[in-house]
Design a protein around this ligand. Structure first.
Ligand code: NAP
Length: 549
């Protein structure tokens, strides 16, 4: 096995493998496992110090998955799902990271990865029909196939606040949280950002901090998670039914087990609707998404549900002025990623938690002592940035990826990310993406999608190897047609109607547009399967110019 060294010395000798996998999140972990299972040599490269991807980096207080762990876990190995026992319905970051480590140990994945290493450039050598990658350790890796498992949320958005370097207090980023414990005890803590990350941070930091100042620009809709410990009987039932549960997940809209309905909002009486919403609120979790069939397509139905949630904010937050500021308006509920929280709105009833409305008083700059808004300076000992990510396309544009004829991903995606099935790109032979843009990405359970994507890629590689095909890339017309499908489906959903990382509007200069497939996981999987079953007519195959290794 060529890649044995987790912290290798720099070497000038090229490393040759069949497959290079970039990223050791769940997608990358499954990819190296499958490649080895297929008898291919594989090397995984990961910038972090260990496996886990986003769960390796995001150690901020309160970090937790807002998908139930029954969904957010691997289904490919019954041994693994029988041996691992989740303790809570919605697992916290340490438990998810422990799970990633368990899987890595169980499958002996670590020797296949080189950690603390970043790929700085990858280019296609058309003559040798290989990808040539450079790392920040001065290594060269040559591979027939390159799998980019770089994650949809791995590049934090650049903080655009002037004066950040002047801040004399502690500056922390949710997306790159320190590994050592952080104390908030008695401190004046500032938090910028109230997306999924910020909403999880607030209640935890509020318990310890002397004062917590939350700088909110766009309020998010968040619903109670109502997390619970899993008792032994429940876990035993879960384990007994895992195969059926996974089958349901794979056949579902979101790639997870969730209530679904074909009932439109206005098909029942106002009283009945109120009862349905009250029940969903009381149950917690993402049940809201399965209450009515037209929440993401009928703006009027959507507004009724949004108003219901605003009502709950008004009932929870005792200061009516603060409650009003927390109520999201001007975009459809669920058009931004729905957040789940534990005690978020309740935190604002604490006397030392202060909400600063940045729509009314924008942040002007960070100062030596804190944050200056148009309403004045807020003095802080610590500032936490939970300002989000350059999502979906950011990771593959963060370094140079050069395909055929010198075309780079940066130039190809200058008008917005383009791909075929979110898996491949015309002009980039033998390169595959896991959870890439224009697939379901963040709109599906990512681990189910990781497995589906990697399985599809492996089937294709197996097909190539058994038929003597050396190279593959999508036909440009197939990519155009897929992009047309992605765009036309996006027009049908309210998900495209908000300013979010989903639509790229959170990053200055990024082209606006929903670059996710909104037809649902199941239909996406059907589309991918149909391509394979029909013998890949949408792909362009090339014969070997040289012997492939
Ligand atoms: P996010 O949803 O993009 O939220 C970023 C927040 O920072 C927004 O409130 C944004 O306000 C604010 N912000 C950004 N720039 C700002 C500025 N210049 N001034 C003031 N406010 C600014 O990022 P995130 O919370 O990290 O979440 C990203 C995604 O990660 C989520 O959608 C989810 O998919 C995933 N995630 C999941 C979990 C989970 O499973 N529980 C937890 C965390 C994250 P504007 O909206 O006004 O720009």
């Amino acid at each position: 096995m060529p890649a044995q060294a987790n912290t290798p010395p720099a070497s000038s000798d090229p490393i040759a493998v069949d497959t290079l996998v970039v990223g050791a999140g769940f997608g990358g972990m499954y990819a190296v496992h499958k490649m080895r299972e297929m008898g291919l040599t594989v090397m995984g490269v990961e910038a972090g110090g260990d496996v886990g991807g986003v769960w390796y980096w995001n150690r901020y207080p309160g970090a937790r998955c807002d998908l139930m762990c029954v969904d957010y876990s691997f289904g490919f190995s019954d041994d693994i799902q029988q041996e691992w026992t989740w303790s809570e319905q919605f697992a916290a970051q340490p438990e998810i990271l422990a799970y990633a480590n368990f899987v890595a140990d169980r499958l002996a994945l670590r020797p296949l990865f080189q950690f603390n290493t970043r790929v700085t450039k990858a280019s296609w050598d058309a003559t040798r029909q290989r990808w040539i990658a450079q790392t920040d350790r001065g290594q060269q890796i040559e591979a027939t196939y390159c799998i980019m498992a770089t994650g949809p949320l791995s590049v934090p958005k650049d903080p655009e606040f002037p004066g950040l370097a002047d801040f004399k207090g502690e500056l922390l980023r949710a997306a790159k949280w320190p590994h050592d414990p952080v104390s908030f005890q008695g401190k004046r803590v500032g938090l910028i950002g109230t997306g999924s990350s910020g909403i999880q941070i607030v209640p935890v930091v509020a318990q310890e901090a002397g004062a917590l100042h939350v700088f909110q620009r766009t309020p998010s809709f968040t619903m109670p998670m109502r997390n619970s410990a899993l008792d032994a009987d429940y876990v035993a039932e879960l384990k007994r039914h895992y195969p059926a549960i996974r089958a349901v997940a794979r056949a579902s809209q979101l790639g997870g087990v969730r209530p679904v309905t074909s009932r439109p909002f206005f098909s029942i009486t106002p009283d009945q609707r109120q009862r349905v919403m009250e029940d969903a609120w009381a149950r917690g979790g993402l049940d809201f998404l399965g209450m009515f069939s037209d929440l993401l397509t009928n703006p009027e139905a959507n507004e009724h549900v949004a108003e219901f949630v605003r009502g709950k904010i008004g009932e929870t937050v005792t200061d009516p002025v603060v409650a009003e500021k927390l109520k999201p308006r001007g975009y459809p509920i669920f058009a931004r990623r729905p957040c789940l929280d534990t005690g978020y709105y309740e935190s604002y009833n604490l006397p030392h938690v202060h909400l600063h409305d940045c729509l009314e008083h924008p942040i002007e700059r960070v100062t030596e002592n804190g944050v200056l808004t148009s309403a004045g300076e807020v003095e802080l000992d610590m500032l936490i940035l939970a300002t989000g990510y350059d999502g979906l396309s950011g990771a593959l544009m963060a370094f140079e990826v050069e395909g055929r004829d010198g075309q780079t991903v940066r130039t190809k995606w200058v008008g917005g990310a383009r791909s075929y099935l979110g898996l491949m790109m015309a002009g980039f032979p033998n390169m595959f993406m896991v959870c890439g843009p224009n697939g379901p990405a963040a709109l599906a359970n990512i681990i189910t999608l990781d497995e589906q994507n990697v399985n599809w890629i492996c089937d294709l590689i197996a097909h190539m190897r058994s038929t003597g095909i050396a190279t593959v890339e999508p036909r440009p017309e197939a990519e155009d047609s897929w992009m047309e499908t992605v765009f036309s489906l996006a027009q049908l959903t309210l998900v495209s109607k908000a300013n979010t990382w989903y639509t790229g509007t959170n990053v200055d200069g990024k082209p606006r547009g929903l670059i996710m497939y909104t037809g649902g996981f199941f239909r996406y999987n059907e589309a991918c399967t149909a391509v394979a079953q029909s013998g890949y007519p949408t792909l362009k195959f090339g014969k070997a110019m040289v012997a492939v290794g």
